[in-house]
Design a protein around this ligand. Sequence first.
Ligand SMILES: [Zn+2]
Ligand SMILES: [Zn+2]
Ligand SMILES: [Zn+2]
Length: 714
Amino acid sequence: MQAYKIVVTGRVQGVGFRPTIFNLATSMGLKGYVRNDAQGVEIVVEGEKAKAFIERFSDDLPPLAKIETIEVRKVPSQCFGNFSILKSEEGTKRTFISPDMSVCPACKAELFNPTNRRFHYPFINCTHCGPRYTIITDLPYDRKNTTMDRFTMCQKCRQEYEDPTSRFFHAQPISCPDCGPRLHLGEYEGYEAIRQAARLLDEGKILAIKGVGGYHLVCKAQSQAVAELRKRKRRSKKPFAVMFKNIEAIREVCDIQETEERLITSKENPIVIVKKKDTDFGLEAPDIDRLGVFLPYNPIYVLLFECIDFPLVVTSANISEEPIVKEEEEIEKLRIADVLLWYDRKIERSCDDSVAVCVEDRPLFYRLGRGYAPRSFKLSNLLPPVLAVGAQQKGTIVLGFDDTLIVSPHIGDIANIASFEYFKKVVEDFCKMYDVAPQYVVHDLHPMYETVRYAKSLGIQTYAMQHHLSHVYAVLAEMELSHHSMKDEKFLALAWDGTGLGTDGAIWGGEAFIEDERVAHFGYFDIVGGERAIKDIRLCAWSLARKHGFEMGDELFALGYAKKINSFTTSSVGRLFDAVAYFAQLTDRQEYEGYTGLLIEKAYRGGEDRYDFYIENGAIEIDFTALIKDRKERIPTRFLNTLRDIIVAMAKEYDLPMLFSGGVFQNKTLLTIAIDKLQKAGIPYYFPSLFPINDAAISLGQLWWFKNRFEANP
Ligand SMILES: [Zn+2]
Ligand SMILES: [Zn+2]
Ligand SMILES: [Zn+2]
């Protein structure tokens, strides 16, 4: 008799993998067992069709499963009497944590079936959907290692949990109205709480709603409540995301392309930034022509939208740039919401919504959280335990060990205390859950970053990695991890963004690399005003104007410029956008990160018109004299076209495929017109679509650089 042992690794626990195997094996008349172990899943099959089973089982996986490796070995037959699912093996903890997933179609159907015992039950979930990352307290992924631990399963749930043919089989957060968490709004509970919430929203109240990864602040879109929310949140311009009942409702107010629709309706359910039609949504996203839209992703929101017929502003509850609030006391302390819609299951660690745009037919991520992260990968070579701590803004961490790499979800701007505490928790949780003690840590060059101080305090060997080269390595990592066909080529890699410390002490941000060599950058200029110039972009514009011989700015500025008071030298393209937005009279304040870029995009008119530029001894210079003197309404279009043509000219000059990295390329218009021209010129290019193009990918780049270095000299 044929007998085989199969070891499968990857995202194979907590995703309904064992029931699928059980069903297939029994249907093929095989004997043996399947069980979770520390590495993943172990299967032993015996019988006539054992070989056929091996060929078939990976074709029909449950939706959340992702196999990284399969190892098959012939073993002596043990003459099993049946096929069974055995209890988990304890041991070292090397399985991947799944991200939190949106409610699946089967659960949605039960939610609205009046004869089902989970009819209108806001915590329905199964092996294919529901919370994971935000409720896990330890590995392996078992009920006792989640915040569902304190809810005792009722008889019926227990039966489903133990039934290998049920889609609730080993669904760790399984529950029902009799035994699970409860939803509350004042004295109301369950579905009644949702109906009350709907009524209050319609009346214009602001609600705090406990979502999967933390609290949202929610109010009726296109109503006075939005203005009130802005006032209470003290957030004047930064856009709010809007949740719609369904894709048709989005289509009514936004122009969406097919790829955008696919992303919006995908099982990951991210916020997708799309183009507004000529409808108002002026308070939700002031001054700009985009809107972040998404669909209800958990049973609470799905049920809520059954009771209302208008879209909702749904924004993370936090103090700007701090992590999303997850505790009842914290949300009370914020004093923003009129009413709380909450439940009594603890969120172990917060996790934000993911945010993306579509460029060509691919997503371009701004933030990875719910639905996508943590993200894990198998490597072909072994690594010693190593931690990469990222930069300062848009913090994420990456942990590498053995043949595994784990990328955390979005943590936030680590400059503030709350985010730094959360950052430390994520590092500690990852190390604890995977039983890893890092021997090496990779950090940014900037001595003032909290992440750098933290790395140095660990007492292990540290490596400092230049910020923009980390951007480039992050994209190389993605190409290799996704087995992209261009991965072995040599590139001209652009890293254009806001700020990052260079190896010469200047603030870089307009760099081009070939391998590890910086081959070109935007011409340096001195900005007076230090950190203040990031918000007060007049300082940035006046500084650039002075470099080109214009006497701009007030007396105080002139004095500061002459004496170089609080000034820094930079090649940042991000700062050029700020200056140009001022010259074009679009704004004199950076209301939030990326604001000037969005204004310039909105004013862009297409065509070929541009300013002169030259690239000499690796320094890129734009004819800012012409730009500053130009008619203001022509500036945005000509500026973006100039950047586009610089990209194409460089690709031609170096005769290499182009690789895009850095926060500037979150500018969809710039990236789109640049790749359009590259395509026409037959120049290959790559931009990241697994990981964000901004500073959220710095940790990955740091780790990838370490990996390459380690493989070259272990
Ligand atoms: Zn489900
Ligand atoms: Zn139950
Ligand atoms: Zn950066």
